[in-house]
Write a protein that binds this ligand. Structure first.
Ligand code: SAM
Length: 285
């Protein structure tokens, strides 16, 4: 049941209606009002769930004004569900201004989690997912876009990009130019829908595929790119880092910090820290 005066951030499906959660349906059925990016799209979506709900539009052009109005209603004890056209609100979708206003007014905000294209794509891409970086849409202007990609090119984390169908081929070319064509990547297309497909390979292979395969350029896609390979750390550089850290920290902590800073394994840094400690004390090896 929806609680009075609570703002619910409700994820909706990204294609397959079966992905609506039982909690999302329950909240949408119970709140006083549903704030939606596109009310026509969302009334159809709600009808598909068998619901007729009061809707209020909230999109990038009216979000500030709507936020004030919705916060007043929340303060008066109404409950509100925020949804976007697909997936999780605020993930490359409106809602941030409303959340800021609600939190500033002391309103309780509660997420109802569900589909998100970035996470769905990452979960099946087959690229490292222990650390990743969500970039949303790349800047539209060429110079800003190149700058962003140059920054990303040296990041060791896998990165996730949203892209519109008509730009996917050009984006792959830009990403390959910044990161090198040998880097592995995955295009996750039409997730959860009838023509869901994954294209995996090097960026060079995906650039070629985007040119020859029209399907790849159709529908909605997420691009996932593996992170940069960590630069091998020279023995001298590791020693320098450890020498400084050992002035302030015991060997185990110095090794942990040096491993984090340089990317070498913790036990390797620890063994080296002990050796440096011995050498400093003048112990024989
Ligand atoms: N809030 C949404 C979410 O949680 O994923 C994202 C909204 S953003 C405006 C739309 C972009 O998400 C698309 O351009 C595409 O990159 C990605 N996307 C959304 N649905 C998708 C799907 N079913 N398959 C692949 N990508 C999708």
């Amino acid at each position: 049941m929806a609680q009075m005066g609570v703002l619910y951030v409700v994820a909706t499906p990204i294609g397959n209606m079966g992905d609506i959660s039982a909690r999302a349906r329950e909240i949408l059925a119970a709140v006083s009002v549903v704030a939606a990016e596109d009310t026509r799209h969302s009334s159809q979506f709600l009808r598909g769930l068998g619901l007729e709900r009061p809707l209020l539009s909230l999109h990038e052009h009216n979000e500030r004004a709507r936020a004030t109005e919705l916060v007043q209603r929340l303060r008066a004890g109404e409950s509100v569900a925020l949804i976007s056209d697909a997936g999780t609100p605020l993930v490359s979708d409106p809602g941030y201004q409303l959340l800021r206003a609600a939190l500033a007014a002391g309103i309780v905000v509660s997420p109802i989690p569900g589909a998100c294209a970035a996470i769905a794509a990452l979960s099946a891409a087959g690229l490292p997912s222990d650390r990743f970086c969500f970039e949303g849409f790349l800047p539209a202007r060429a110079a800003a876009r190149r700058r962003r990609l140059t920054e990303l090119a040296s990041d060791p984390r896998t990165f996730v990009i949203y892209e519109a169908p008509h730009r996917i081929a050009a984006s792959l070319v830009d990403i390959a130019a910044a990161c090198g064509g040998a880097r592995h990547a995955c295009i996750a297309r039409e997730l959860t829908k009838k023509f869901e497909s994954f294209y995996r390979g090097s960026l060079d292979e995906l650039v070629a595929r985007a040119q020859s395969d029209e399907d790849l350029r159709r529908g909605e896609s997420v691009i996932i790119v593996e992170g940069a390979e960590a630069e091998p750390v020279s023995a001298g550089r590791l020693d320098e880092t450890l020498a400084v850290l050992l002035r302030f920290l015991p060997p185990s902590m110095a090794a942990e910090a040096a491993a984090e800073l340089s990317g070498v394994r913790k036990n390797e840094a620890y063994a080296r820290a002990l050796e440096l400690g011995k050498a400093k004390r003048g112990d024989s090896a």
